[in-house]
Design a protein around this ligand. Structure first.
Ligand SMILES: Cc1cc2nc3c(=O)[nH]c(=O)nc-3n(C[C@H](O)[C@H](O)[C@H](O)COP(=O)(O)O)c2cc1C
Length: 180
């Protein structure tokens, strides 16, 4: 037996990749950060993100094409909710005003949440697609992962993947699924 749902709930059944936070800078060098649930890999070194065109983050990406994607750990849920609750352009420096603890990414030197499980320094590959559809194909220039979250022998993100957050609805998330 199946229960039929309203098609508008499709995304809640499908869910996305890990919850991510995205860090950018505007033309005045003011940093911003937001949270996104709609993401997945597109190519081995390209991430696909779906962003509302009106977000400050989207304006910033249209401005210089650069973004840093960070994967928060389960204990950073509240930070993710804070970053996803207000527009940077409405408050100025969201990271400062919301007292987000950050560290500079290694190459771009953008502020990212401190102690994220991993982060990716990216450039938005197809500006026209992003401007038209809000689909950001984020080409990874550098990826950094917390050493203890990476299995060198098998070249995969265990135990990292068990510490990520998956968005369920509103302020609800899941984490810690077993790897079998
Ligand atoms: C859990 C969560 C998931 C979200 N997922 C997305 C998403 O996938 N895409 C999107 O455009 N906005 C998403 N948002 C909304 C943005 O994070 C939010 O509007 C944010 O304030 C935008 O900030 P900005 O204007 O400073 O860029 C999400 C928010 C939360 C709390």
């Amino acid at each position: 037996m199946y229960k039929q749902l309203d098609p508008n709930f499709a995304y809640r059944v499908f869910t996305g990749g890990p919850l991510i936070t995205i860090f950018t800078k505007n033309e005045k060098d003011i940093p911003d950060g937001m949270t996104a649930a709609w993401s997945c890999p597109y190519d081995p070194d390209v991430l696909l993100l779906v962003l509302d065109k009106d977000h400050t983050t989207s304006e910033n990406i249209r401005h210089n094409g650069k973004l840093v994607v960070a994967i928060p750990s389960a204990d950073q849920k509240d930070i993710a909710l804070t970053l996803g609750s207000v527009h940077g352009r409405d408050v100025g420096n969201k990271l400062q005003i919301k007292r987000i603890d950050t560290e500079l990414s290694k190459s771009f030197e953008y502020p990212v949440i401190k102690d994220a499980l991993a982060y990716f320094e990216c450039v938005c590959e197809d500006a026209a697609l992003f401007a038209e559809k809000g689909i950001c194909l984020a080409k990874v220039k550098n990826v950094y992962v917390k050493e203890e979250m990476w299995d060198d022998a098998n070249e995969h993100f265990v135990p990292g993947c068990t510490h990520t957050l998956q968005h369920v609805s509103a302020g609800n998330f899941k984490t810690g699924g077993k790897v079998i």
